[in-house]
Ligand binder design. Structure first.
Ligand code: FES
Length: 132
């Protein structure tokens, strides 16, 4: 039986950056809140820089640690570098996950990518309406 690393336990016990952002610049959702694991990611973007990330999550302890670690990796990155983050980066930041929990790592980066995608769509829509 595999065990969680000390980092996973630390992130689970004291999740970083949990919550939501008013007037977020992008929101990404993954999963289904009615029947299982779900995560909503909020990003604040200034220029090309991600200045804040928050999340709401319904999932197992590993997914909570993944969400927490993902925020620490993403905050302070520019959008291009944030898009280059991988599930493996999150797992590495947590000093690994038990084999049967590796799939939980998908929530974090996918949620982040969806929030960035939402930000780009807002940007495109704003520009197409002539807003400067
Ligand atoms: Fe479903 Fe971890 S998020 S088991």
């Amino acid at each position: 039986m595999a065990f969680y690393s000390e980092k996973v336990i630390a992130h689970f016990k004291e999740p970083r950056n949990a919550g939501s952002l008013n007037d977020a610049d992008g929101i990404g959702e993954i999963g289904d809140p009615t029947c299982g694991d779900f995560m909503r990611v909020f990003i604040r973007v200034e220029g090309n820089l991600i200045t804040d990330v928050k999340y709401q999550i319904k999932g197992c302890p590993a997914s909570i640690a993944v969400a927490s670690a993902m925020t620490e990796l993403a905050i302070g990155k520019d959008l291009d570098d944030a898009l280059m983050l991988t599930d493996e980066d999150v797992v590495e930041a947590l000093d690994g996950l038990p084999e049967e929990k590796l799939h939980c790592s998908v929530l974090g980066i996918t949620g982040l990518r969806k929030a960035i995608q939402d930000h780009f769509m807002r940007y495109i829509n704003r520009d197409s309406k002539g807003v400067k």
